[in-house]
Write a new protein. Structure first.
Length: 200
């Protein structure tokens, strides 16, 4: 596995966050029980790898379906250690999950605002960066961004093994300017970074 572009001081806090997820997972379903044993690679490193794709000078990053804070909380921890002022907005409609996000935000003293809202009902949003992992299919996410965000600079998404086909199919309906990078945690997965987005 490639090394992560993350300072050594960041790792203990990422590990603490992982332990917090595992502890809370006994009561509420944050991650699949099957992935608990491999949660370091599968969830933490997987989320952290997109730091290389992120514009570090951006002011606001929005995680549109944050769940258990993957990738939003992971990125906020990394940016805190980079002494960045980047603000993270985390949307999660589940009451229990958003409460968990608020708890870890406070525990790790992160520059995070948690919105217990359904992102699909929010309008006129703006964010320099939009991220999503294991949220919705690509066409649904693109429609959401086009309809609900009045401004964004870049969108970073995690795609599974049929990622390339999905991007090709989506390109038939959208003009997308994008880059693709192989995931460091799964040879079949991709990270997609979109710069421009126009419906055909």
């Amino acid at each position: 596995m490639e090394p992560l572009n993350v300072s050594r001081e960041t790792f203990p806090e990422l590990e603490q966050f992982r332990q917090t997820i595992l502890e809370k997972n006994k009561n509420i379903n944050l991650i699949s029980k099957d992935t608990e044993k491999v949660s370091k690679e599968r969830h933490i490193i997987d989320s952290a790898q997109i730091i290389d794709f992120i514009d570090l000078n951006a002011s606001v990053c929005t995680d549109i379906g944050s769940g258990s804070g993957l990738p939003g909380i992971v990125l906020a921890i990394i940016m805190k250690h980079k002494k960045s002022d980047m603000k993270f907005k985390l949307y999660e409609k589940s009451f229990h999950k958003s409460n968990f996000l608020k708890e870890v935000t406070s525990k790790f003293n992160l520059n995070v605002e948690v919105y217990q809202k359904d992102i699909f009902t929010e309008k006129n949003l703006s964010s320099d960066i939009i991220v999503a992992r294991a949220f919705k299919p690509l066409p649904v996410i693109l429609d959401l961004i086009k309809n609900n965000f009045k401004f964004f600079n870049e969108v970073i998404l995690f795609l599974g093994k049929s990622g390339r086909e999905i991007v090709e199919q989506t390109s038939m309906k959208w003009n997308i300017q994008y880059e693709v990078k192989k995931s460091i945690t799964n040879k079949d997965s991709l990270i997609l970074k979109i710069k421009n987005l126009e419906k055909k």
